[in-house]
Ligand binder design. Structure first.
Ligand code: NAD
Ligand code: NAD
Lengths: 202, 202
């Protein structure tokens, strides 16, 4: 099994390769990648070695070939349908963030528990009742759940997403949820990120 | 040197210990911590072993003692002053997020380059011109920079923060910045997080 830390680095390589190719470059070395990402060339070559032999010794990598292979490995060569649960302040900001769609992440459904919010149209999405989650996940072929509810409701919402068949969850609520084997959760938590930095400046 | 992945896990332990102690528990075992965090007890014990001997064999850890020690190790036993650069939509949401202050992160200054925004009062903060960054960082004893500017300006803003003496940066712009040795950067990037999950559901 490929270590999770390697899978988490690969999208950084894809982003840099996309930048280099849009500025017209055709070839890149592990040294150039290393300098750009502030990693050692050895670490980059080791990461890539989990997935095959890329590039020619002494000649570097063909950028579009490497980018294409990494996108295929990561499942980034297709679009993915997502749903947001919790249409308060943060949920509305998330559905209006323009960064998702250009990368193939389409937010197709939004849910809330508050009947005053259900039925509202927000960024072109009609908010549905959370009670309709399972059917809506099927109808929209939703594969990703984005959780923007208060901390006290996050675990129950994550349970509902898992029950509805979702295996990939982006969680903005500041808690570590419990999920069954086979479900991947990533947290977006600025406070936790700051708390992992003060060690170095204390 | 303690591996960065260990430092990134410690705030998760602190959060769980804080929860357990606020519900009246006094002792916790590595098995209970492991179950709660969905990690193996061995991994938890290994992480903690970098910092000393905690707990009694077969008796577990005293929660308040362990929490206190981890807070000290992480620098979470004090407050930290932060500044936000870029007072557009995201910057305004960040300064109004109530999660920072209870954890000791005080946003004391905000900066922008747009003279229409400079001088505005947002969440009790008077937005200053980015040209005043270095002096303001000194005056407010700012140790943390939070970057919420467009991608094309992120590197130059990070350079300015580093020049002003900041060594810890939370970056919301979707690029991997370049920083000198001794500066720590953490990214908040929901698209990147999603791109590290599709591997598992493709
Ligand atoms: N990670 C970050 O950067 C960040 C930033 C801001 C807020 N947050 C977190 O995001 C969450 C939401 O914050 P907010 O300011 O938008 O709160 P909010 O109160 O404005 O919105 C929460 C919404 O969730 C809905 N909700 C509650 N329980 C639900 C359920 N069981 N099913 C469906 N919907 C439900 C509510 O009706 C409400 O509309 C909180 O956990 C907060 O800590 C994180
Ligand atoms: N990570 C996330 O969850 C997330 C969500 C939304 C936006 N973003 C990112 O955050 C950034 C800001 O997005 P936004 O929607 O708030 O944009 P915005 O255009 O509303 O705000 C950007 C602000 O930065 C200011 N600015 C530009 N250059 C500056 C400089 N050199 N010094 C100081 N201030 C400067 C502008 O004047 C403006 O007020 C973008 O990079 C965007 O991709 C990230």
């Amino acid at each position: 099994a490929v270590p999770e830390v390697v899978i988490q680095r690969l999208p950084l390589y894809v982003r840099v390769l996309t930048q280099f190719s849009s500025s017209g470059e055709e070839v890149i070395s592990s040294e150039q990648l290393g300098t750009r990402l502030q990693m050692t060339p050895a670490q980059i070559r080791k990461d890539l070695s989990y997935f095959g032999r890329f590039g020619k010794q002494g000649r570097g990598y063909n950028i579009s070939i490497l980018e294409g292979k990494l996108r295929t490995i990561l499942g980034l060569d297709r679009t993915w349908n997502a749903a947001v649960v919790g249409m308060g302040r943060l949920g509305r900001a998330v559905v209006s963030y323009p960064g998702f769609a250009p990368e193939g992440f389409n937010i197709l459904a939004a849910f809330d528990a508050n009947e005053e919010i259900v039925g509202q149209s927000i960024s072109g999405l009609k908010v549905e009742s959370i009670s309709k989650l399972t059917q809506s996940v099927k109808d929209h072929d939703i594969k990703i759940g984005i959780v923007t509810v208060p901390i006290d409701h996050a675990q129950e919402v994550i349970d509902a997403l898992v029950e509805a068949g979702i295996r990939s969850i982006l969680n903005y609520a500041p808690l570590s949820p419990q999920v069954p084997e086979g479900v991947t959760v990533r947290g977006i938590d600025p406070v936790l990120s700051l708390q992992s930095m003060t060690y170095y400046i204390k």
